[in-house]
Design a protein around this ligand. Structure first.
Ligand code: FPP
Ligand code: MG
Length: 323
């Protein structure tokens, strides 16, 4: 287990499942093409925070169903959807660093990264296809639609400052939909009460929104070593995120500079200075906290199990993290 995972107490109730999941993730490449095997080793020996599978395992405890294998399948499937989407996103972003290691596109090339992402995604769907509930299989597919829709909105966005609500719609699709699916899908598979399934879905959505806003703040103010990926990339590419929207509302000349694509490093540094000095970052952090609070309040609708406390701790971690 990596250091960060030992430090956070919310991993504790699901340590055994997480360890088994990690073992299975490393084995995803077994018997496949040597390049795919190498890419899988590269991706999963430095695996990330594993927040999504942690949510699957915690949420599955709110129902009477105790088939561990089914829940592991969902966790692995959704973690593979997540990883596939990041491998593809790194091509789109021309990113060379993620989780402090070179991306697949940087280590091999875009063609290899494209196919590795496809392979991971197919593997994810093969795992989902054997889940016992068709509504959960459909949910996995719907989640992939949402991710693609969110990503397409991002890559086809006009060079103009989006409204706050357009930003929220985009991040709900590209990020929060997957968090919601982890929580809701696991609760459905565990035969949880319908109102508990709904509570977990609402918690997952708000948690995902808080996560993405925090990620967008860290892209402006984070420490590269902690964050594990290059800082200022959204800004360099002209992708306006919530702190930038707040910083530039009512300032058309700043807005035009923010949304300009392909900025040179001097302009990125200067804009970073301007945005960090504005109230945009603070206001965006407040918004992330508001979603955090709503996520935590939703948990009142669940029975008082230790896993409910762990879900609250996940929410606290999501808004206080530096990586
Ligand atoms: C990272 O966000 C990207 C996403 C959350 C979604 C990416 C989705 C796709 C590429 C659609 C394809 C999906 C599949 C399953 C093949 P970000 O760019 O804000 O975060 P970052 O800073 O970590 O890159
Ligand atoms: Mg990206």
């Amino acid at each position: 287990m990596q250091a960060a995972r030992v430090e956070q107490s919310f991993y504790e109730p699901v340590q055994a499942e997480l360890q088994e999941l990690q073992r299975r993730l490393i084995e995803v490449g077994a018997g496949a093409h040597p390049t795919f095997r190498a890419a899988v080793r590269h991706l999963f020996t430095s695996s990330g925070k594993l927040l999504r599978p942690t949510l699957v395992f915690l949420a599955s405890r709110f129902g009477p169903g105790d088939d561990r294998e089914i829940v592991l399948n969902l966790a692995q499937s959704l973690e593979l959807v997540h990883t596939a989407s990041l491998v593809h996103d790194d091509i789109v972003d021309r990113a060379d660093l993620r989780r402090n290691v070179p991306t697949i596109n940087a280590t091999w090339n875009d063609d290899v990264a494209l196919i590795v992402g496809d392979y991971l995604f197919a593997k994810a769907y093969a795992l989902a296809a054997v889940l016992p509930k068709p509504e959960v299989i459909a949910m996995v597919a719907q989640t992939v639609f949402a991710l693609c829709d969110g990503e397409l909105r991002e890559v086809t966005a006009p060079a103009a400052l989006p409204t706050e609500s357009a930003y929220f719609e985009r991040i709900e699709l590209k990020t929060a939909s997957l968090y919601a699916a982890c929580c809701q899908g696991a609760a459905l598979l565990a035969d949880a009460e319908p109102e508990h399934v709904a509570v977990l879905g609402a918690y997952g959505t708000d948690l995902g929104l808080a996560f993405q806003i925090t990620d967008d703040v860290l892209d402006l103010v984070g420490d590269e070593e902690d964050f594990g990926k290059s800082v200022g990339r959204d800004l360099a590419e002209g992708m306006a995120t919530l702190p930038m929207i707040y910083a530039a509302t009512g300032d058309p000349s700043l807005a035009a500079r923010i949304v300009a694509p392909g900025k040179d490093p001097t302009e990125v540094r200067e804009l970073l200075r301007v945005i960090r000095a504005s109230d945009g970052v603070g206001r965006a952090r407040e918004k992330a906290l508001a979603f955090h609070d709503r996520a935590v309040r939703a948990l009142d609708g669940l029975p008082p199990l230790p896993e409910r406390d762990a879900l609250r701790d996940v929410a606290d971690f999501v808004v206080s993290r530096v990586r």
